[in-house]
Ligand binder design. Structure first.
Ligand code: PMP
Length: 436
């Protein structure tokens, strides 16, 4: 495959647009751990695409499943009709999810999963006769996609300040991140104390008006922020005490990234809903899902106001081809034991991440499972410039990293081998050594 010459018509996601137009970089093929560029160079994928291709690229089982499904049943109307693959995928998903998750609502992206979960939370309380619970609580530096609900509960001020009226009645828990791996090395009491901020917010608003708290169990897009030990459990306790639903946004942490299928298990804290996407179909076809407890599902299906009245659903919810891709993806994860990779390679990965300590500009290194954040000292007067330069230089040397602000974020496909880890961190170390 070759790259097109005319780049004028297609609008890249606008945050990436300006940089891209200056120096276009295009991938034209991918397989396993590698991309191929338009110039025919191989690039090691240190980011699983955008935290999504957890089984690596061009996996034969997934390719075949998509081809077969497209030839068999391309589409079935999502509202009136069912088709077997959506039910099969839902059952398989429930099979790998933590036990209280019994029902699946399919969406087409992480952002849609978030919107859906927020609406379900409000509708759940309403279906139980409590229409006053409409407030939503997110976290500073939380990322929940780019739709209106997601940017409202999300904690990135820049993402929401230009868009006028957002959801009302939203508040944000203060940012809790402390350098280094507090989850693995901190004291549980410390995290619990930080989570007490939720009690302060409850006292401010009257907890009986709060529908849900949404958090990423480990914030990814805002820089791989590992929660302090005890933090999530304390949030759970406070939510339970006040009848508030707890939503874990597992769009990044789901599907083996930090070990096990979902972070809820790794952290041993159970939310009421889990949002996911990305790794659900290995990033190959847009699909997301909201997992809920039976309690939440039953409130709609048996309550006074059912889902028909509280209409919500997407044309492509549980699309047959996406469902087939999802089934093949989950099979690939299971057959290759990919959810164990974060444990099996965890120590090797951790050592590699922390080998960057002491190199120029590195101010913090953190890791969990097969994810890492390497925070660089921002260049004076030019925030993000240093990390972006690191991205460009790594790319030139054949390694794809991701940067968010001045943080290098790494989340390779789970099929990564030790030799790839050596190459990834060797290249980053070389780049850091003479980075301006
Ligand atoms: N939630 C989280 C935690 C995410 O990381 C992302 C995407 N990075 C989203 C939601 C949005 O997902 P999408 O881009 O598929 O809409």
């Amino acid at each position: 495959p070759t790259a097109p010459n005319d780049l004028s018509a297609f609008w890249m996601p606008f945050t990436a647009n300006r940089q891209f137009k200056k120096s276009p970089r295009m991938f034209v093929a991918a397989e396993g751990m590698h991309y191929t560029t338009a110039e025919g160079r191989k690039v090691l994928d240190g980011t699983a695409g955008l935290w999504c291709c957890n089984a690596g690229h061009k996996r034969p089982k997934i390719v075949e499943a998509i081809q077969q499904q497209a030839a068999e049943l391309d589409y079935a109307p999502a509202f009136q009709m069912g088709h077997p693959k959506a039910f099969e995928l839902a059952n398989r998903l429930v099979g790998i999810a933590p036990e209280p998750m019994e029902h699946v609502f399919f969406t087409n992206s992480g952002s849609e999963s978030v919107e859906t979960a927020l609406k379900i939370a409000i509708a759940y309380h309403r279906a139980r006769g409590d229409a006053s619970r409409t407030r939503l609580i997110g976290r500073e530096r939380g990322y929940h996609g780019v739709n209106f609900g997601g940017i409202s509960v999300g904690g990135i001020v820049n993402n929401r300040k230009h868009f006028g009226a957002l959801l009302t009645g939203v508040d944000h828990l203060p940012h809790t991140h402390i350098p280094e791996n507090q989850f693995t090395r901190g004291q549980p009491e410390h995290g619990a104390t930080l989570a007490d901020d939720l009690e302060r917010i409850c006292a401010l608003h009257d907890p009986s008006t709060i529908a849900a708290v949404i958090v990423e169990p480990m914030a990814g897009s805002t820089g791989v922020l590992i929660p302090p030990k005890g933090y999530l459990q304390r949030l759970r306790d406070i939510c339970s005490k006040h009848g508030i639903l707890l939503i874990f946004d597992e769009v990044i942490t789901g599907f083996g990234r930090i070990g096990g299928a979902f972070a809820a298990e790794t952290f041993d804290v159970m939310p009421d809903m889990i949002t996911c996407a990305k790794g659900l179909t290995n990033g190959v076809i847009p699909m997301g899902a909201v997992l809920t407890t039976a309690d939440i599902h039953d409130a709609f299906m048996t309550g006074p106001e059912n889902l028909i009245e509280l209409f919500h659903g997407y044309t492509y919810s549980g699309n047959p081809i996406a469902s087939a891709a999802g089934i093949a993806t989950l099979e690939t994860y299971a057959e290759e034991g990919l959810f164990d990779r974060a444990h099996d390679l965890g120590q090797y990965w951790e050592d590699a991440v922390h080998s960057l300590r002491g190199l120029p500009h590195v101010i913090d290194c953190r890791n969990l499972g097969l994810i890492a954040g390497i925070e660089l000292e921002p260049m004076a007067g030019k925030p993000t410039a240093r990390a972006f330069e690191a991205f460009l230089r790594c790319y030139d040397k054949g390694v794809l990293i991701r940067t968010t602000g001045d943080i290098i974020a790494l989340s390779p496909p789970l099929i990564i081998e030790k030799s790839h880890i050596d190459e990834l961190f060797g290249t980053i170390a070389d780049v850091l050594k003479d980075l301006p």
